[in-house]
Design a protein around this ligand. Structure first.
Ligand code: 5GP
Ligand code: ZN
Length: 121
């Protein structure tokens, strides 16, 4: 697959291994890694390898990819130490655009969990 890539994008560089990260998961379409500034005891992000700037850019061609991403999230959350539902659980957040609080413009889903209190969220 010819994956769109933005040479100026920090997450594209992380996916390519040009910037180091603590990897959680990788397959041919998805990449997951720990957030450098975690809000919670468990805090990682799942990103498509393709450079999709935000949730405002998705279309029907991304349905399967985003479906896979969302099904992967709870599996990785458990593997990373989130406690089981309903006492445990996790939070999934996708910031979109300036007013949505997005800082890195490569679509990413935050997955946060673990015992509270958290730093944020
Ligand atoms: P946003 O605000 O765009 O939803 O979240 C971007 C996230 O990326 C922030 O939580 C920030 O800590 C994280 N981040 C920014 N730069 C890096 C980096 O170089 N490495 C890692 N692992 N996370 C980063
Ligand atoms: Zn990118």
């Amino acid at each position: 697959m010819n994956t769109p890539h933005d040479p100026n994008c920090i997450f594209c560089k992380i996916i390519a291994g040009q910037i180091p990260s603590k990897k959680v998961y990788e397959d041919d379409e998805l990449f997951a890694f720990h957030d450098i500034a975690p809000w919670a005891p468990v805090h990682f992000m799942i990103v498509p390898k393709a450079h999709i700037p935000s949730m405002a850019h998705v279309g029907t061609e991304h349905e399967a990819l985003l479906g896979r991403l969302m099904v992967l999230a709870p599996k990785l959350a458990m593997e990373q130490g989130c406690r089981p539902y309903p006492e445990g659980g996790f939070r999934i957040v996708t910031n979109t655009g300036a007013e949505g609080g997005q800082e890195v413009h490569h679509l990413h889903v935050h997955v946060m969990g673990g015992p509270r209190p958290w730093l944020r969220g």
